[in-house]
Ligand binder design. Structure first.
Ligand code: ADP
Ligand code: MG
Length: 696
């Protein structure tokens, strides 16, 4: 072994002269930071033919101690001892990067690099490294180094051998300490695998610098501690004793896109029919639903996130909601997207962790410290969150979701923890109707447990109804049967005989095979998101403007507003995504037309007031159409007029009669009364009587 404090001092003085002076200056002026950052690959690996680096990585405990001592003995222009300074090693050789799931006994005690996403962080709290105990007999102070989580007492007083002590916190030596949980990247998991995670202990100036959702490389020593269930067990839990953290702020390369991949992608686009090809690459085992598949494809490619000169940030992420009857393959679609989308996180509305969909502060089960934990939307930052049964989400998630979908952040202010986490993700949600099946004659907002404002955050909402229709039913049945039959044949071939020819199986697979191989599609999407930034052409702008104005102008004064500026922005985002899909630098008329057609079909499903047959966005989102709103206002006025008739307010019978006289039938009037009560506009002093709640 070549490592000694002297050789480390030589290394530091040769490669880090300036940093040593800077460190000394900080100590002299009382500035923050006592760390010296050493780039392993760039500097340590070329020193002494890499021997010192190798020894550090293989025997870190011993060698690190040399490095600390060596650092302390280096000289600097201020002539100050670098007392208490710590070398921190980053940029480890690739061979030392270990996936969380591959950590094994052989790694214990080794210096490794772990890369992942920060899932949880605890509060920063002092940890005692050397505890002071006063002897109650002779008064002398005994110092005891602390390594375990339980406070260790002196065996006996070093002066008088007495065994009675009091703990002296002020005389003890503490260091800031924090525990964080690092989880594997969602995008590195193959279909449906559960991500694994590992705890990292951070101390000193490493504390308080990372947040849930950050993507980091943690370099440090793998430690094992016996599991404890009252007694210590022989099974061990691994954790990392953190030495340095690299926060990956820049866009991170999820896959390598080779020149060959690039040529393949360009060819697919050049061969034409790209939209059909992509649609046929999304869940080909699911029959039909082509609009939904196109919408999801647009979502995967995404619009352009923008920062305007006034600082305004506009999201490029597209949010899509699938509402529909049970058994129409909503969940199946989401699971498929989880497999093909780069950076996707799949969860259900109920959530699989305490953090649920968003993020939360919870008490740590181990040491009771407050812990900030990231939920699905934070973990899906820069990706796509797939949330099945989103209507079943917890109440706490509702308001957080508003913020997440529009501002793309999640703020937490709880138990002294204040944090704003990034959640720049697209959301694909699926919801079931409250009453089992969807009813065409009741507005959307009344049928699912999502608030109107939340619904309006979605760029596209699809209604997937399951109405029996013979030709379609037959086609779906055939499709599902063919898929199952093919599956049976493949299994039979795998397990028993080779009686089916390759050609026959290939022919049968054709229908269910994606047009673009999923692996290539992932690369295609990543490539487009990284390299294609289309700009609206004048023609496209005019087309969007025309569409928007024409819809708005169709309505007369005081009639339902069919479309709002929100939908205008959605059209822009979706058009950008459409241009990206064909790798175009310009958003052209064809993109706008494609998107408008899609959006009209969505709106036709959800935003047509069945009473009037007109487009009415309010009907979709608030469950109250313009006509209903007018009716409600009339009913309220009537109650107000009849209110003084009795001490208890307006009698229901009288109100209904008066409504009838004004052309509102009794059932509709009752419905309006119910709504007014629900909105807190009316109250009943006693059953059958109503008063208006006066607003001050
Ligand atoms: P949901 O989540 O909408 O209630 P699921 O995704 O659980 O429905 O789908 C139920 C089953 O029906 C799945 O096995 C799915 O593959 C099948 N299925 C439903 N619609 C189709 C379709 N159009 N094509 C192929 N399979 C379908
Ligand atoms: Mg489902």
């Amino acid at each position: 072994m070549i490592s000694t404090p002297e050789i480390w001092a030589e290394f530091f003085e040769r490669y880090y002269k300036e940093e040593l002076n800077r460190l000394a200056y900080k100590i002299k002026t009382g500035g923050d930071g006592r760390s010296l950052y050493v780039n392993v690959v760039r500097d340590l690996l070329i020193f002494q033919e890499g021997k010192l680096a190798e020894e550090l990585l293989e025997k870190p405990d011993l060698v690190y101690d040399h490095a600390v001592k060596g650092l302390m003995s280096t000289s600097n222009i201020y002539g100050i001892a670098l007392e208490g300074c710590r070398p921190r090693f980053y940029s480890l050789p690739t061979a030392k990067k270990v996936l969380v799931r591959n950590l094994r006994a052989e790694h214990i005690g080794k210096f490794v690099a772990i890369e992942g996403i920060v899932r949880k962080v605890t509060e920063v709290r002092p940890r005692i490294v050397e505890a002071a105990f006063g002897c109650t007999n002779c008064g002398s102070i005994n110092m005891v180094p602390q390594e375990e989580s339980q406070l260790r007492m002196p065996f006996e007083c070093s002066k008088c051998s007495s065994k009675k002590f009091v703990f002296l916190p002020e005389n003890s030596v503490s260091v800031d300490s924090q525990r964080v949980k690092i989880q594997e990247y969602p995008e590195n998991l193959r279909g449906g695998e559960q991500p694994q995670s590992i705890d990292v202990v951070l101390e000193g100036d490493l504390t308080g610098i990372i947040n849930p959702g950050d993507r980091v490389i943690v370099n440090g020593i793998v430690r094992a501690k016996p599991r404890t269930v009252q007694k210590k067990l022989v099974h061990m839990d691994l954790y990392i004793d953190g030495n340095s953290i690299e926060i990956l702020r820049q866009e991170y390369e999820e896959f390598e896109i080779t020149e060959e991949d690039k040529q393949k992608i360009l060819k697919i686009v050049k061969d034409g029919d790209i939209y059909q090809k992509i649609i046929r690459s999304i869940a080909p085992s699911i029959y039909g639903h082509e609009d939904v598949k196109l919408a999801i494809a647009l979502q995967l490619f995404g619009g352009i996130p923008k920062k305007l000169p006034d600082g305004t940030e506009i999201r490029g992420d597209i949010h899509v909601l699938l509402v529909g009857d049970p058994g129409v393959a909503k969940s199946q679609l989401l699971r498929y997207i989880h497999k093909i989308a780069p950076r996707s996180v799949y969860t259900t509305g109920k959530g699989t962790t305490t953090a649920g969909l968003t993020a939360t502060a919870v008490r740590d089960e181990v040491d009771g410290r407050w812990t900030l934990e990231a939920g699905a939307l934070v973990l899906a930052d820069k990706g796509i969150a797939l949330v099945d049964e989103i209507d079943k989400m917890r109440k706490e998630d509702h308001s957080a979701l508003h913020e997440a979908l529009e501002q793309q952040t999640i703020s937490i202010a709880k138990a002294g923890i204040n944090a704003i986490l990034r959640a720049r993700c697209a959301l694909l949600g699926a919801a079931n109707p409250k009453y089992g099946r969807f009813d065409r004659f009741t507005p959307l907002a009344e049928q699912i447990d999502l608030t109107p404002t939340l619904l309006s955050r979605f760029d596209l909402i699809f209604l997937m109804t399951d109405d029996p229709e013979e030709s379609r039913d037959r086609a779906i049945a055939k499709h599902i049967l063919d898929a199952h039959q093919l599956g049976e044949m493949l299994e039979r071939k795998r397990n028993i005989t080779l009686e089916y020819s390759e050609e026959m199986l290939k022919a049968k697979s054709k229908k269910i095979e994606p047009a673009i191989d999923p692996e290539l599609l992932r690369k295609y999407i990543a490539y487009a998101k990284k390299t294609v930034f289309p700009v609206l052409t004048e023609e496209a702008k005019r087309a969007i403007e025309e569409y928007y104005v024409s819809l708005r102008s169709k309505v007369k004064e005081n009639s339902p507003v069919p479309i709002t500026a929100r939908q205008l922005e959605s059209i822009i985002r979706l058009s950008e995504a459409s241009a990206r899909m064909r790798l175009s630098d310009r958003v052209e008329l064809e993109d706008v037309e494609r998107v408008i057609t899609l959006m009209e079909r969505c709106l036709a499903q959800i935003a047509v007031d069945p009473e009037t047959g007109q487009f009415d966005i309010d009907y979709a989102f608030s469950g109250t159409s313009k006509k209903q709103r007018d009716r409600i206002m009339i009913v309220k006025r009537i109650v107000e007029e009849l209110e003084s008739k009795t001490d208890f307010g307006a009698p229901e019978e009288d109100v209904l009669n008066e409504c009838e006289a004004e052309g509102i039938d009794r059932e509709k009037a009752k419905e309006a009364i119910r709504k007014l009560k629900q909105f807190g506009e009316l109250y009943s002093p006693r059953p059958g009587f109503y008063k208006v709640i006066s607003k001050i």
